[in-house]
Design a protein around this ligand. Structure first.
Ligand SMILES: Cc1cc2nc3c(=O)[nH]c(=O)nc-3n(C[C@H](O)[C@H](O)[C@H](O)COP(=O)(O)OP(=O)(O)OC[C@H]3O[C@@H](n4cnc5c(N)ncnc54)[C@H](O)[C@@H]3O)c2cc1C
Length: 458
C-alpha cells in the first residue's frame, strides 16, 4: 500500500480528518488529494466589474482548493444540532456537539482566538419571535469572518504540510476496491491505501454519485432550498445581530404551509456571486475587520422544497431556476422589494434612487419572472413576518438578489461510524449529504479519524 489512509478532498471535512490523524497517530502515512489549488493560488476572476460572469475556470476557486467551499466563506461555525446537518442522527446529539466544540477549540488555537462566540441561550428574541409566529432556532455561533477564517486555514496547512502528503490540482477519477484496501486513480497515477475517506463536498456531488453507482452504495435525495438574498441597512437587524450575530428564524407560510427560513446572516457584510457548476447564484459574507465592513446586512430567505416520487432530480430543479435568472440577467438579478410587490421590474434608475447602496453589482430586473409563484409568495409572507420583529425589513428599498439556491447532496448510506458497506471506506462532510455546514463537516472528519485511531490502537 502507498498509504495507510487517503483522504479525497481538502475541505473542512478532509482537513479535520487529516489533522486529527496527524495529532493522534503520527506514524500513519496519510495523503490528501484535492481537485483545486493551494490556498494562496485560489482566486475567482469575477470582480463584478471587468469580469461579471463565470468564465468557467477549470477548477472553481470559490468551491475548490485547500479549505474547500468554506475558504472564502464568512467562517460562521454554528455549534448546534438544530441546523447545518443531521450528523447527530448518526453519532448521537451529545457526541455531535462535543465534536463541534472540539473543532471550535482547534480553530481558536490556529488563529481564531478572540473571535466572539454568540449564543441564543436566554435571549429575549425567542419570545419576541414566537409572539409573531416566527421560530428562532437554538445555536452558538463562532464568527471567524472571511479574513480570520483564511488565517486559520493558512495555519492549519502550515501545521499539516510536513506530515501529510498533499496532491493539489489532482482530481480523483475513480475509487476501486482492491485486496486489503482501495485504489485511488488520478491523472498522475494510481495510489493504494488501506482506508479511504471521501470528503468531496458540494462540488464533488456528481462525482460522488458516480462512485456510489459504481460501488453499489445506496443513496437517496429529494430536497432543494430556493430563495433570495435580502440586503437592508444594518440598523434594521442590529438589535438581533449585535446579540446573536446570526439568527436562524423559521416561518411556516399561511398560504401553503411551506417552511421559509433565514440563512447565512452577514451583519455589515457584502453580497457576492457564487458559481455552482457554471451557474451564477448569490451568497453573502462579512469581515471581522471593521475597516472592511459595509453599511448593510444581508441574509438569505430560503423556501425548502421536498419532492416525492417519481421526481428525483431536486438539484436539477434548483439549477433550472438559477439558469433562468442567468438567462434574464446575465447573472444575478436585483430587485427592490417595493418594485416586486408593485409588479414592476427594478431599473438602474430605481436602484440608484434607492436609499440602500447595493454591495453587489447585479442586474436590476424582475424576480417574479424567475421564481415560481409558490416560492415567491412564501418569501413575501416571510418578509412581512420579519418586519414585525425587525421593522424596516418590508421597506420598499430592501433589496432582493436572486436567486439563492441551497443544493443538497444525495444522502449516502453509511453507519454510525460514517463508514459505507465497505469496511474502511468512509464518506463524510457535505458530500455524504449528512452535513451542510462548516462545523458539521469538520466534526464528521474528526469522528472518522477517531474511529480509525481506535482500530489502530488495537
Ligand atoms: C460562499 C460560501 C459561504 C459559506 N459560508 C458558510 C458559513 O459561514 N458557515 C457554514 O457553516 N457553512 C458555510 N458554507 C458551507 C460550507 O462551506 C460547507 O458546508 C463546507 O465547506 C463543507 O465542507 P466539506 O469538507 O464537506 O466540503 P467542501 O468544503 O466542499 O470541500 C470538498 C473539497 O473536495 C474537493 N473535491 C471534489 N471532488 C473531488 C475529487 N474528485 N477529487 C479530489 N478532490 C475533490 C473540492 O475541490 C473541495 O475542495 C458556505 C459555502 C459557500 C460556497
Amino acid at each position: 500500500m502507498n498509504y495507510d489512509i487517503i483522504i479525497i478532498g481538502a475541505g473542512p471535512g478532509g482537513i479535520f480528518a487529516a489533522y486529527e490523524l496527524m495529532c493522534q497517530k503520527p506514524r500513519l502515512k496519510v495523503a490528501v488529494f484535492e481537485a483545486g489549488h493551494t490556498l494562496e493560488n485560489r482566486r475567482c476572476p469575477i470582480d463584478g466589474d471587468k469580469i461579471k460572469t463565470c468564465i468557467g475556470c477549470k477548477s472553481c476557486s470559490i468551491m475548490s482548493g485547500f479549505g474547500g467551499a468554506g475558504a472564502f466563506s464568512d467562517g460562521k461555525y454554528n455549534i448546534t444540532n438544530d441546523f447545518g446537518g443531521t450528523l447527530y442522527e448518526y453519532v448521537g446529539k451529545k457526541t455531535a456537539l462535543e465534536l463541534m466544540h472540539y473543532v471550535d477549540q482547534i480553530n481558536m488555537r490556529f488563529g481564531g482566538e478572540g473571535c466572539k462566540l454568540y449564543t441564543t441561550a436566554g435571549t429575549r428574541f425567542k419570545t419576541l419571535c414566537i409572539q409573531n409566529d416566527l421560530h428562532l432556532l437554538d445555536a452558538s455561533v463562532r464568527h471567524l469572518g472571511t479574513d480570520i477564517n483564511y488565517v486559520v486555514l493558512e495555519n492549519l496547512y502550515a501545521r499539516l504540510k510536513d506530515q501529510v502528503d498533499f496532491f493539489f490540482d489532482t482530481p480523483v477519477e475513480t475509487v476501486k476496491i482492491v485486496a486489503g484496501g482501495y485504489a485511488v486513480k488520478c491523472k498522475t497515477g494510481t495510489y493504494s491505501c488501506e482506508k479511504c475517506i471521501v470528503s468531496v463536498g458540494r462540488s464533488g456531488s456528481k462525482w460522488m454519485e458516480e462512485v456510489c453507482r459504481d460501488l453499489n452504495i445506496p443513496t437517496r435525495s429529494n430536497r432543494v432550498d430556493i430563495g433570495v438574498r435580502v440586503e437592508l441597512p444594518a440598523e434594521v437587524f442590529a438589535h438581533l445581530t449585535d446579540e446573536l450575530y446570526e439568527s436562524k428564524i423559521v416561518y411556516r407560510t399561511e398560504k401553503y404551509g411551506d417552511m421559509v427560513r433565514t440563512f447565512c446572516m452577514n451583519p455589515k457584510g457584502a453580497v457576492v456571486n457564487e458559481n455552482t457548476n457554471g451557474i451564477i447564484t448569490v451568497n453573502g459574507h462579512s469581515y471581522e475587520d471593521p475597516a472592511k465592513q459595509t453599511e448593510n446586512t444581508n441574509f438569505a430567505l430560503l423556501v425548502a422544497k421536498h419532492f416525492s416520487e417519481p421526481f428525483k432530480d431536486s438539484n436539477g430543479y434548483g439549477e433550472s431556476i438559477a439558469k433562468l435568472s442567468n438567462m434574464l440577467g446575465g447573472g444575478v438579478i436585483v430587485q427592490r422589494f417595493g418594485d416586486l410587490i408593485r409588479g414592476r421590474r427594478s431599473t438602474p434608475g430605481r436602484i440608484q434612487d434607492s436609499f440602500i447602496t447595493p454591495t453587489l453589482n447585479a442586474t436590476p430586473g424582475d424576480l417574479s419572472l424567475v421564481l415560481p409563484k409558490r416560492i415567491l409568495d412564501g418569501i413575501i409572507e416571510m418578509i412581512y413576518a420579519l418586519d414585525k420583529v425587525a421593522p424596516g425589513t418590508a421597506n420598499d428599498d430592501t433589496l432582493l438578489y436572486g436567486v439563492e439556491v441551497k443544493f443538497y447532496n444525495m444522502e449516502v448510506q453509511v453507519n454510525e461510524k460514517l463508514e459505507t458497506c465497505y469496511p474502511g471506506l468512509y464518506i463524510i462532510g457535505d458530500g455524504s449529504g449528512i452535513t451542510h455546514s462548516l462545523s458539521h463537516a469538520s466534526a464528521s472528519g474528526v469522528h472518522v479519524a477517531r474511529d480509525i485511531e481506535k482500530q489502530e490502537g488495537r
